[in-house]
Design a protein around this ligand. Sequence first.
Ligand code: ATP
Length: 132
Amino acid sequence: MYKTEHSAGGVLFKEKSVLLILNFSSKWTFPKGLVEEGESAQDTAIREVYEETGIKGRVIGYLGKIQYWYVWEGIKIKKTVDYFLMEYVEGEIKPSFEVKDAAFFPLDKAKELLTYKGDKQVFQKAILARGV
Ligand code: ATP
């Protein structure tokens, strides 16, 4: 028996840097969150990027989905996350209570900081899609 969850997030570029958050597992990763009822995954990505980091972005493409398993209070959860390629529109970094930190990093540095396998794959796709 397991539960499923669906989230969406953004790989948001500002010139030659990319936006990451530090989660409560102390891992640098992309901002994301649960898709609410009646909300498109694309709108979730825009909303969650803004809520978690204070940055407003626009979606310029779809990068595909990743999946992972985790256990919460003894229940196995299969999580699917849709990622969108995004670009900076406006705003200053203002990390929310949902994250430990948020920052823009140069692409090489971001590549070093990302640890989740799915994140590395999505980041590679984003770099190819963006042509940087
Ligand atoms: P959301 O941000 O979608 O609201 P959440 O904060 O409730 O989700 P997750 O970020 O999915 O939860 O974290 C749940 C567990 O999964 C944690 O143990 C976390 O370390 C792990 N996790 C988070 N992102 C990934 C990933 N990309 N790949 C593998 N494991 C991950």
